[in-house]
Each structure stands twice: as C-alpha cells, then as structure tokens.
Ligand binder design. Structure first.
Ligand code: PGA
Length: 255
C-alpha cells in the first residue's frame, strides 16, 4: 500500500451466497468489528441483498456494492439490472468483469468496457477485475494480458472518471482455490496493471489509482499481501463471508 497516494479499499465479494436472513446476520456481526477502520470498507452482495445491506449499513462506514450491471439504461433485456437502477437505490460500488462472469457468462473485454462506462455514467464506483489464467501465466503472457485487459476495460474512461475506478488484479488460478499468489506475484501483477494505466494516463495519475489483489486473500495472508507497495487493498470472496476474517483483513488494510 501507499496510502499517501491512494486509498486502501477492502471489498467483500459475496458472489451467489447468503439469503436475506443470513445477510442480515453477517452484516450485523460485521458492523462493530469494522467500525473503526481507516480504509474504505465495501460489501458487494447479490442483488436480492442490496436493499437489506443498504438499510443495515445506513450511518455506518460500510459501503454497499453490486456484483454486476448491464450497460444499457433500460429496455428489453430480461433478467438484467442497469447501473441507474443500482445508483437510484443508493448503491455506491459495482464489480465489473469478474473472471467468473468472463468464464461462465460470456463477458468479454468489450462488454467489460461498456459496463464500466455505463456504471461511471450512472455515478457508481467501479471495481473492474482483470487476471490471467494458469495457462496464460505458464505461456508467459501475464504482463501482456494484464495490460491488454486493463487498457480495454478503461477505453474512453477519462482521467477524471478514473477517480471512481478501482482495479482488482485477480489471477484466475488463485480464485476460490485456496492457492494464493505469493506477495511478490501479487505485487508484480498489480504493478503491471499500474504500468498499463501509466501508459495511457501518465505515471502521476497511475500512482493515484487503487489496485486491489484478489484470490484467496484471507485473515492469515492479508498482512503480507497488503505490505506490498502496489497492493492497495483486496477483493475478498470466501473470507468475506465470515465476519471475523473479513474484519481481520480490514484491520490489515487500516495499518
Ligand atoms: P476468493 O475470491 O477470495 O474466494 O478466492 C476472490 C474473488 O473472486 O473476488
């Protein structure tokens, strides 16, 4: 982290977990544990939990995010949710381009870009995800791929809009697998992302962008990962479903 230049953002990504009752219990347990955080605390929850999360976090330091949004404002897109619908509710963040969406739901670099632009336009903050597969890493394409995905995601995003962007480097091979990137691998990946931002917006701007690491970050490894200069926070899946674990990561992000 380098908190003088950019804020630390610790975000939970609940994925398709927790019904409303479970969500309520988790948020209530979490609230006092993260209340004195000196980093940004976000929980990205299923659409069905947004209302609950917004209600329960009112007046607290916990921000609420969604896990995706569509790029059209409205229309005949059965089953989709627009960025405007989210911002109108009071949702502040949205995750875009998660590897699970790329892998299972036909998300492409183009649609990641469209969703990102739509979300920014609606006034949301975007956590845009990039990351290489194991095969791409083994072929030596990590840097090329991370730079490409980053630049594609940010196409037509202005330097001013970049203030509302957080980028999450999530190596696909580390997500939900229990295999964490080493702190050096995370720092290197995040560094490639920052370098890509620098190539488009200049080094000074790139230094102000929060780049998270995600992929099996947990209460045991968060301190080491967040000690790296380019790791400005975390996007946390599994460990965000347990209040004490998430709180430990928030504590590490608050140092
Ligand atoms: P994980 O998920 O922490 O369970 O690996 C991270 C993510 O997919 O955002």
């Amino acid at each position: 982290m380098n908190k003088e230049l950019r804020p630390c953002v610790i975000a939970g990504n609940w994925k398709m977990n927790k019904n409303r009752l479970e969500a309520k219990a988790l948020i209530e347990e979490m609230k006092p544990l993260v209340a004195d955080a000196s980093c940004e605390v976000v929980i990205c929850v299923p659409y069905t939990n947004l209302e609950t999360a917004l209600e329960l976090t009112k007046g607290t330091n916990i921000k609420v995010g969604a896990e995706n949004c569509h790029f059209k404002k409205s229309g005949a897109y059965t089953g989709e949710i627009s960025a405007e619908m989210l911002s109108e509710m009071g949702v502040e963040y949205v995750v875009i381009g998660h590897s699970e969406r790329r892998q299972y739901f036909g998300e492409t670099d183009q649609t990641v870009n469209l969703r990102t632009l739509a979300a920014l336009e609606a006034g949301l903050k975007v956590i845009v995800c990039v990351g290489e597969t194991l095969e791409q890493r083994e072929l030596g394409y990590t840097e090329t791929l991370l730079k490409f995905q980053t630049k594609m995601a940010l196409t037509n995003v202005t330097a001013d809009q970049l203030k509302n962007i957080v980028i999450a480097y999530e190596p696909v091979w580390a997500i939900g697998t229990g295999v964490t990137a080493t702190a050096d691998q995370a720092d290197e990946g995040n560094g490639y992302v920052r370098a890509a931002v620098a190539e488009v917006y200049g080094k000074a701007v790139a230094e102000t962008v929060t780049v998270q690491y995600g992929g099996s970050m947990n209460a045991g490894n968060c301190d080491e990962l967040l000690s790296k200069i380019n790791v400005d926070g975390g996007l946390i899946g599994g460990a965000s479903l347990k209040a004490p674990d998430f709180a430990t990561i928030v504590k590490a992000g608050s140092k």
